[in-house]
Structure formats: C-alpha cells, structure tokens
Design a protein around this ligand. Structure first.
Ligand SMILES: Nc1nc2c(ncn2[C@@H]2O[C@H](COP(=O)(O)OP(=O)(O)OP(=O)(O)O)[C@@H](O)[C@H]2O)c(=O)[nH]1
Ligand SMILES: [Mg+2]
Length: 166
C-alpha cells in the first residue's frame, strides 16, 4: 500500500480515519505528535492551524507517497490557502470526512478542497465505513490483495488489512 500522510485541522477526523482504515474500534485519542507507524502517517491538527508548523508538514510529506488533506463536512470554513498543494511534491488528495453528519455540507467542503488544489476528492465516514474501500483502492499497489477481493473469513481479512497497512 502506498504511504499516506493525513493532514487537517484538529477534529477533522484524521485519527478516527486511521482507525477505520485499520478496522479498529473507534476510540477518541488526541494526536500529540506526528505518528509514522506503518503506511498511515497521522499528524496533529495544530500543524495545519499554525503557520510555522505548516511548513514542517511540507517537510514531513517527503516520508509519504500521497498527502491527504482532510476537511470535515461540517467545518464552517476552510483553513487551506488557495493552491496550497503546490507546497509539496507529492500527490495530494482531498478527503471530505464526516459525510454522515446531518448538518454537514460535503459539496461545500469538496469545493474548498478543490480551491486548495486537490484534483481528486474522496467522501468518507469513519462511522459508517462509506468511502473507505475507495481510499484502499486508490492506495493499493501491485500485489496488494484487498480484504473484499478474497473469500476468506472476516478475522483473516482483518489480519490481511493489518499486513498491508503495517
Ligand atoms: N460524525 C462523525 N464524527 C466523526 C467521524 N470521524 C471522526 N469523528 C469525530 O470527530 C472527533 C475528532 O476526531 P479525531 O479523529 O480525533 O480528529 P483528528 O483530526 O485526529 O484531531 P487531532 O488529533 O486533534 O488533530 C471525534 O469525536 C470523532 O469521534 C465521522 O466519520 N463521523
Ligand atoms: Mg488525531
């Protein structure tokens, strides 16, 4: 699986998305540091919220193949400057999170991500699992077998996901 670094303001749903991708139980855990474990790089929201730390994010992106900019469907405004994706020389995708939120506006969030420079946008809910397979498909590398591509039982599938991610 290609390595993805997740960035977005605090509460955008980065850590929860990493848990959903790994098939783990969703537990709230404040991210306190840039977490490099496996194919998912989780970052604290403060890096997007603080100008100087934003530059550090651009440096951390060298560790990844893809950068995912997250914006929750219910965020009232975007923190991303126009065309900010040119700050990094990695593919940058937009991920609209919390699409299950009844008061959210996923289309508006997607538009803000497009203005930031994201060409490809995913719509996900870590709560319902919507959009998770599409992210896996996008990050899949030759030789990776995704859980739903086999007929094995769920527990074996979980092990398979862990193997691809870790
Ligand atoms: N409704 C809904 N809530 C979500 C979803 N994903 C995350 N949340 C909630 O949003 C809150 C913040 O989620 P986190 O994943 O911790 O956010 P984060 O981006 O990692 O935040 P920092 O670690 O502070 O940068 C938690 O209360 C989650 O339960 C989702 O898909 N739908
Ligand atoms: Mg977090």
């Amino acid at each position: 699986m290609r390595k993805i670094m997740l960035a977005g303001r605090s509460g955008a749903g980065k850590t929860t998305l990493t848990q959903a991708l790994k098939g783990e139980r969703l537990v709230y855990r404040k991210t306190q540091y840039v977490d490099f474990t496996g194919a998912l790089i989780d970052t604290p929201g403060e890096y997007v919220e603080t100008k100087r730390l934003g530059y550090a994010l651009a440096l951390y992106s060298y560790e990844a193949d893809v950068v995912g900019l997250l914006l929750a469907a219910d965020e009232p405004f975007s923190l991303y400057p126009p065309c900010v994706t040119c700050m990094v020389n990695r593919e940058v995708i937009g991920i609209v999170t919390k699409v299950d939120e009844p008061d959210g506006n996923p289309r508006r969030a997607a538009e803000w991500l497009r203005l930031a420079g994201c060409k490809k946008i995913f719509f996900v809910s870590s709560y319902t699992g919507e959009g998770i397979p599409e992210i896996f498909d996008y990050l899949k590398e030759e030789g990776d077998v995704l859980p739903w591509e086999t007929k094995q039982k769920t527990t074996k599938n979980h092990k398979k996901v862990k193997k691809i991610i870790e």
